[in-house]
Design a protein around this ligand. Sequence first.
Ligand code: NDP
Length: 485
Amino acid sequence: MKRERMYINGGWVDSVRGAYLPVYDPSTEEVIAEVPDAGAQDVDGAVQAARAAFDNGDWSNTTAQERGRILFRLAERVRKESAMLAELEARNCGKPIVEAEYDIADAATCLEYYGGLATKVMGHVNPVPDNALSLSLREPMGVAGQIIPWNYPLLMAAWKLAPAIAAGCTCVLKPAEQTPLTVLEFAKWFCDAGLPRGVVNVVTGFGETVGAPIVQHPDVDKVAFTGSAAVGKQIMKMAADTVKRVTLELGGKSPNVFFADSDFEAAIDGALFAVFINQGEVCSAGSRILVERSIYPKFLEALAEKSKRIKLGPPLERETKMGPLVSKEQHERVCAYIEVGKKEAKLASGGGCPPSLQRGYYVEPTIFYDVDNNARIAREEIFGPVAAVIPFANEAEAIRIANDTPYGLAAAVWSRDIFKAFRVVKALRAGIVWVNHMQPTYVEAPWGGYKQSGFGRELGPWGIEEYLETKQVYINLNEQPIGWY
Ligand code: NDP
């Protein structure tokens, strides 16, 4: 078993109190590593390092070209080591190796995208009605505290670090306690890539003992958080004391809406993919499957039948389509929701742990039907392989049910009628809406939620905006006194 250290101020360190926390392989339930179980003192050290790196001018004066090149070097390294990173990610999260390979490639693409964007941040000349020049300058926000979840560890780190580095911020990143390993591997290349010490710090540990001190620290200027709505709400409250800029990428209970005129085979595939990819541990999972009544029985039967063919198995086997859930706690949580579902609705398929996989936190792809939209399994984010199928009578009812949720991260609509599809797209209150697909995500396009799925946008040019302040500069061109007195 490997004992890892964390990366603060350009060095590899233990936590001040010398404690460690175990990291598991969820497919074997074995401990595969230990990482520092850090606390407020470690956070303070990391924030001071990030503050000094930002304030001492070396980093703030780095050219955008140089920051871009650092990101390209990091991307190159990620691509070179992608096999190692994908295997480590699959082992630590339980996700199928084939999906982990996509995640690592996407992380590299994100670093490259912001490497290019670093030199495209531009100010503005404001047309003021005076003999003056008024400018808007875009400046880095300062020290960014970044807190990420366990479902896409390295990818979420890239979504946070790449725009921050491109903007010229410094960072204190906390990976999720369950999945810190790929981020720590990534940090091993920071120095070689040219990141000065203190610019990016990685502090491992728990939300309450590392995450909260990051959010409360007076020297942190901005908090970028991805995680549950419950923790997001606490973060907003904690950040209020120091009026930090906050962006929140929270959970969802996203509707996947199927009209009778959609391509049937594609629809069945799309419904399964949208909810069972990454074991359903996806913020934008299409976990509410809304189906028009005229195709409801046929759709349900095909969905249940095909779901039984999804291959569960060890993450490192290439045929595996669903691995174990990330942890014992998550397994217990999802199984508890399945018991709730058995009381609230009818079970079409799954509903248990596969008997052939005794070890590991596996849960079968589970489909409930005739679900009332007020049922807990239709309202609460389960974050596991559990789908709630809900019938609807017509377009108006589909829209009403789809929007009847406190969340608003994502949605999808399936139809061959472009007029209907676009009417529904317009009516859906969600930050991302797909038509005839669900889940493709690109670094070039914005990502983020409506309603209680959070605010702020990641990716694309929107992502870097969240790390920039605007400074208005007025330059007087009159050489005479103002003449007021
Ligand atoms: P959590 O909200 O439990 O945790 C997210 C991160 O916040 C972890 O690093 C966690 O630490 C930390 N944290 C926990 N408590 C606090 C606290 N009091 N103060 C500061 N930080 C804290 O979410 P999960 O890790 O369980 O991830 C799943 C959630 O993430 C789902 O709701 C999902 O929808 C959402 N998500 C959203 C995405 C989006 O883009 N909108 C993308 C991916 C996931 P630790 O767990 O280590 O103790």
